[in-house]
Design a binder for this molecule. Sequence first.
Ligand code: GLA
Length: 369
Amino acid sequence: MRASPEEGKIFVPGRINFLGEHLDYNGGTVLPFTLNLGLTGCWETIAEPVVEIWSEGHPRRCIIPLRETWLHPPLDPWYRPAWAMLCVLVARYPGKERGFRLRISSTLPAGAGLSSSAAIEVLMGCVFAAVQEVHPELADVAFAALEAEHHHLGVRCGIMDMWAIVHGKKGYLTAIDCNGPSHKLVPFSTGPFQPLIINSRQPRTLAHSAYNDRRAACERALKALQSLWSVPYLAAALPEMLIAIPSEEDKRRARHVISENRRVQKAIVCLENGNFQALGPLLRESHRSLAEDYQVTTPLLDRLAEWANSQEGCLGCRMTGAGFGGCLIALVHQDALPTFRKKFDAFASTFSPPPELLDARPGEINFLL
Ligand code: GLA
């Protein structure tokens, strides 16, 4: 990684997951890609041992000391991931206390489930490394971000978001084998079908506690299986094993994990063979499984998916990310796009706030200065 002790500029993308939801903490394979929407951070070093963050659109700056950082969580929740990451970094690099001023601007829609939290953490990790002249591997930045989420923000998320953000390349899906993690880049070519993002603009209330509950259900399901078979992680289990899970609810959660992992394996083969038509049913089936078995969709997400999936030229549409609000991803034939957009606007205007349609253009992490 490039180090610039004086000043610098970096772009850190958000990510969208094409397929493979709630698999990362179950050892499965996920298929995210990085977007051209993201955060741009500009920094300069300052004399005091503090990090001063200015974020566009936020009236107040946030000042975080580089000593006893954990005692100073910011009040504004937007700055929490940056603080959490700093808590991890100061513990990893004791004595590295050169202060800096960081200005952040964002093109990521807030709270939409496009990984703004992981993007802030990665941004902070890269800027901290540049200023302190330390040289972590990108994977270490991702692990530090994961630690920040678990230990300082109380979200027991998987590695997908941060791993995707540091390793994503324009034009590729990052196929992450989360039982590692390790990844390979799969060219993301969908022929005449364009990926689109539908932002429900539904606030993700209670998302953190419900997310942690789903993870706990998966852990219970795995334990039940492991009392009979040597299953290393839930995504590796076989559908025939589900019968061994005593709780009906845990069984449904596990059924989603097992079936979703199989869909991802199929999708990789389809993408590698240019058989993109076959991606449609996989996307639709993923949404159904997330709605019925994993139960992380909302009535609005279901309505949007149902609407999109019934439009001419839409190959498939599913919710993406953790769920409980946030975004959907759709593949729409380029010839059908103008009509799709027009009809979407009419449909969206019946909601308040109206959901929005965004182009899912690829981007990647980039040191601009
Ligand atoms: C959130 C988490 C990820 C992943 C997804 C669901 O984005 O941060 O780790 O579990 O939900 O696939």
